[in-house]
Design a protein around this ligand. Structure first.
Ligand code: ZN
Length: 128
């Protein structure tokens, strides 16, 4: 485990986004400036773990590091606070992966770092 990994692991294990202190809009991934009102008064905010699939795609050509998981689903999830997350959908029967399906966040192995053998965990979504 590298020190850098531990420093940022909160961002892997929890869905940390941003909340604008001016207008209250919430964003994921985190932003430095509110996309709604332009304010820079931004604080970290843990995002809700449930949402719905807005759109999804099934990937047969995996990104580097994801070969073992192909084919897999990549979805845009609208969280219950309105923030949008791009994430994998795992452990869900193909017929349940569809637009509008309710999903919840779970922590899973994301990839193995080829050089160090380090296993990196992160959030993914499961159809609930
Ligand atoms: Zn704002």
């Amino acid at each position: 485990m590298t020190i850098q990994y531990w420093r940022i692991r909160d961002r892997y294990y929890r869905l940390i986004g941003s909340k604008c202190q001016n207008c209250g809009d919430e964003f994921f991934p985190p932003v430095y400036r509110c996309r709604g009102c332009g304010s820079e008064k931004i604080k970290d905010k843990e995002m809700p773990k449930t949402g719905k699939i807005l759109t999804y795609t099934q990937l047969h050509e995996p990104l580097p590091g994801f070969e073992a998981q192909a084919p897999y689903y990549l979805a845009v999830v609208r969280l219950s606070n309105g923030a949008r997350v791009l994430s994998q959908v795992v452990d869900s029967p193909a017929e349940k992966v569809r637009t509008g399906a309710k999903v919840s966040a779970t922590v899973r192995r994301v990839r193995v770092d080829g050089d160090s053998g380090q296993i990196v965990y992160g959030y993914k979504f499961v159809v609930s």
